[in-house]
Design a protein around this ligand. Sequence first.
Ligand SMILES: Cc1cc2nc3c(=O)[nH]c(=O)nc-3n(C[C@H](O)[C@H](O)[C@H](O)COP(=O)(O)OP(=O)(O)OC[C@H]3O[C@@H](n4cnc5c(N)ncnc54)[C@H](O)[C@@H]3O)c2cc1C
Ligand code: FES
Length: 291
Amino acid sequence: MSNPPHSPHYADQAISCTVSVLENLQIARNTYRLRFESPQMSRRFLPGQFLMLRLAGLQDPLLGRPLALYDTVCKDDGTPRGIDVVYLVMGKMTSLLAEASPGDKLSVWGPLGNGFYPQPVNHLIMVAGGVGYTPFPAVAREHLGSRQYGQPARTTPGASRVSMCYGARSAEFLAGIENFSEIGVELHLATDNGSRGHHGLVTDVLEQVLEQSDSDSRRILCCGPEPMMKRVAEIAEQQQIDCDVSLETPMACGIGICFSCVARVREEADGWDYKRTCVDGPVFDARQIRW
Ligand SMILES: Cc1cc2nc3c(=O)[nH]c(=O)nc-3n(C[C@H](O)[C@H](O)[C@H](O)COP(=O)(O)OP(=O)(O)OC[C@H]3O[C@@H](n4cnc5c(N)ncnc54)[C@H](O)[C@@H]3O)c2cc1C
Ligand code: FES
């Protein structure tokens, strides 16, 4: 079963606020984990949703940039009090963000988008390429029952086994792998240069994991570069496994106004239409995407 049909998510749970940086730690090459406090926003977030972020008071860059929820930050009693995002330094905004210090102000609006919809499944397999791994700690925690998300907190059917296939250019770009092990995720790594894990593509690792999985109830969730997601979608189709992909199309507004984020999505009767990734996604059934 795939995600239920849904109406667009017009930022109906989103709040917009100015927050202070609590931490901005380098966790891998060119990769930082940024933490800010916002009890109100963190209570609402679901795994796979994203926020838009810009540096408060700066005119350049003017537009916010989308970043996925890495995870909520909770008090000792489990109440969400803040948000972690993880970003790779790519261009203008993330280069400036890497210089942010505790106390610096950010403008954020979220949660946005649909997120990954939890389904009853025995073996959940997450596949990530590069910084596409960022939505998955929260997805894993939710499926393994160690954290609840949303307001009211949603209960999920859970999974008895959660695997993560994670590929990066080289070992120094692999970020947050200790988090996955702590959460109880089976980790399968791949690097382009063979410096850690399988020497080659993360899709090779996915095929190995599927060969060794005898469950008849499996589901694949995927996020990363488009060619990787396309190949994962093909593998899932060949093996008749439901697969959801989280698209990383560039976005300008994040709330459905500008149409800068469209993807070609199949419709019934063999047609297709442009859908806005920010409000109709970013998570889509892989069979819907015209790559
Ligand atoms: C829903 C969603 C969630 C995301 N989550 C994360 C996250 O958790 N962590 C993270 O590091 N990034 C994430 N991204 C990607 C991030 O928003 C972009 O990389 C962002 O443009 C970086 O801003 P910048 O100003 O530093 O770079 P820019 O100046 O905007 O761009 C630098 C270069 O990257 C290219 N680029 C911009 N956006 C993309 C993109 N989406 N895909 C491929 N190339 C792109 C540009 O063409 C340019 O060459 C996410 C994107 C989406 C849509
Ligand atoms: S980013 Fe503006 S419509 Fe999606």
